[in-house]
Design a protein around this ligand. Structure first.
Ligand code: ME8
Length: 526
């Protein structure tokens, strides 16, 4: 039976550029959470897609000498391919040029207009095409946007959304829902921004045409952020509020975003939704920013790292693991190649990989390739303590794990998993099954059975992060391939689900090969 519904979204990425590790990061983090929620018994909808309108995309198409539609059709594919490449389990992929989206965007516009929240005026002010954002004079730093983007002076007729009227309602919502914006530092930032006062927001542009026409006034196209944010609704069937998907999945449980787009998701978006009389998403989590070897990733430096290259060099699971273990989710991180090597070698090859290799090859050799039995051997304190670390039998622990996921504490979750691996490696050394073999083979068998259980549980826990490797490990400890691939629920982290003694196990295969540093540079083995 389902524990409930969970709707998680990534930002929809601009198609003016190729995907890089920043995009991969958001998608992988959302994927880990989506996979966990499914394995924890929820009905999940996981959405990603592409943001295809606006001046920035129109300019990129111009530069490429093709029509905007041809341009977006082509680049959108590279984002769709990113989902395959990074093993992202999204249930839907939305493009803002699709009919279902245009319909939803125009419907929300009409709803806000009819309720008197949109009016015609004229805009005179600064605009940064790179950010697709309006800035006040006071926000500019050395004549540029605070993000460093070039700004241009814009004067044109424009429709406005009465954002200034929503200040108190927004503040009340933040106060009543302290988890609406995470982490806390972002929450505080947003609250103080809103307390500073809000200006009405220009929500249409009339000086270019690559966008969704404003209903009833086709000289205007909708502001790309109003268009883009609505994707979260279009994908669940809005404007049909009776659609099964809409009823099941709206409001969204989580919008995962980077810290660059917090304001759009936590100020504009909830205000639009309130104006359209729609319920607000439960949470927006804004993660940190990646630099590469200490530098900001940028087109001009040409240092953006293509996810493809990482997957080819290190493997997809290794890349996913690294991205989520390296920095506390919410903080900024730096991508350094010597770090990824160290992490793969010390935490995957030496820890988890070594544990599986040592245990499973001993079983293969000494237990006739079958799951050994611990029966008849009374566990000592060391065994009991070890198994307590491995299993999740207490409801309290279950709740903590669930909470850690909902709060996106991926690096903490991974560090807890790693500790189990370290404890298991230490347990082998303490018990020394190779010595036990000489004393009493039953003792050795019991130790190996406990170790196999620890590997089974580790593999279950690793599924959201490393879906391929964990499925492989699950097969090595006796699950049939179809079950391993479909995913083993977290409820099986209990002794009752141990693989029965006597189950034949396949010949173990190496899981995480050590990676050598290029050009003789020593990779720290950790
Ligand atoms: O903003 N580090 O699209 P976008 C971490 N279309 N994450 C990064 C990153 C980095 N260096 N660079 C990009 C848009 N990201 C809009 C969104 S949603 C309704 C519309 C990730 O292609 C991060 O998630 O510029 C960031 O928020 C997103 O990519 C921006 O993608």
């Amino acid at each position: 039976m389902s524990k409930g519904n969970y709707y998680i979204t990534t930002p929809i990425y601009y198609v003016n550029d190729k995907p890089h590790i920043g995009h991969a990061y958001t998608s992988v983090a959302s994927d880990a959470l989506a996979r966990f929620m499914r394995l924890d018994g929820y009905d999940v909808k996981f959405l990603t897609g592409t943001d295809e309108h606006g001046q920035k995309v129109e300019k990129s198409a111009d530069k490429a000498g093709v029509s905007p539609q041809d341009f977006v059709d082509k680049v959108s594919v590279s984002f769709r391919e990113l989902t395959g490449l990074m093993n992202i389990s999204n249930d839907d992929f939305i493009r803002t040029t699709e009919q279902r989206h245009k319909q939803a965007a125009q419907a929300i516009w009409k709803k806000m207009l009819d309720a008197g929240h949109i009016y015609l005026g004229s805009y005179a002010g600064w605009y940064a095409v790179r950010d697709e954002a309006f800035y006040n004079e006071s926000e500019l730093v050395d004549g540029k946007a605070p993000t460093g983007a070039e700004v241009e002076w814009l004067e044109e007729p424009s429709y406005f959304f009465n954002l200034s009227k929503w200040q108190e309602k927004l503040l009340a919502h933040y106060e009543a829902n302290p988890d609406f914006i995470m982490p806390k530092s972002r929450y505080n930032e947003v609250v103080s921004f809103v307390k500073g006062g809000l200006h009405d927001l220009s929500v249409s542009r009339a000086s270019f045409s690559w966008g969704i026409p404003v209903p009833g006034d086709e000289k205007h196209v909708m502001y790309v952020w109003l268009d883009a944010l609505t994707n979260y609704l279009s994908a669940v069937g809005y404007p049909d509020e009776h659609a099964a998907e809409f009823k099941k999945f709206w409001p969204a449980s989580l919008h995962m975003v980077g810290k660059d787009i917090v304001r759009f998701h936590t100020v504009y978006w909830p205000a639009f939704l309130m104006a359209a009389d729609l319920p607000l998403p439960e949470r927006v989590f804004a993660h940190g920013w990646w630099t590469v070897e200490g530098e900001k990733m940028s087109k001009s430096l040409g240092n953006a790292i293509a996810p493809q290259e990482l997957v080819e060099t290190y493997g997809v699971d290794q890349t996913r693991y690294f991205l989520l273990r390296e920095v506390p989710f919410g903080s900024d991180g730096d991508f350094a190649r010597d770090r990824i090597l160290t992490v793969i070698n010390s935490e995957l090859a030496n820890n988890i990989g070594n544990l599986a290799q040592r245990t499973l090859s001993m079983i293969q050799k000494n237990c006739d390739g079958k799951m050994p039995s611990a029966e008849g051997i009374s566990p000592q304190d060391v065994d009991i303590e070890f198994l307590e670390k491995v299993y999740v039998t207490r409801e309290e622990t279950e709740r903590e794990v669930h909470k850690a996921y909902r709060e996106c504490q991926f690096n903490k979750i991974l560090s807890d998993i790693r500790e189990i691996g370290v404890a298991a490696n230490a347990y082998i050394d303490t018990k020394a099954p190779w010595k036990q073999k000489k004393e009493d083979e039953r003792l050795m068998a019991a130790t190996l059975a406990h170790l196999a259980e620890s590997i089974r549980c580790l593999a279950i826990m690793l599924q959201p992060f490393m879906p391929e490797a964990s499925a492989k490990i699950l097969v090595l400890v006796g699950y049939d391939e179809a079950r391993a691939k479909a995913g083993v629920p977290f409820s099986e982290l209990k002794p009752a689900f141990a693989i029965p003694a006597g189950t034949p196990l396949p010949v173990p295969a190496a899981l995480f090969p050590r990676i050598e540093a290029p050009e003789g540079k020593a990779a720290n083995a950790g």
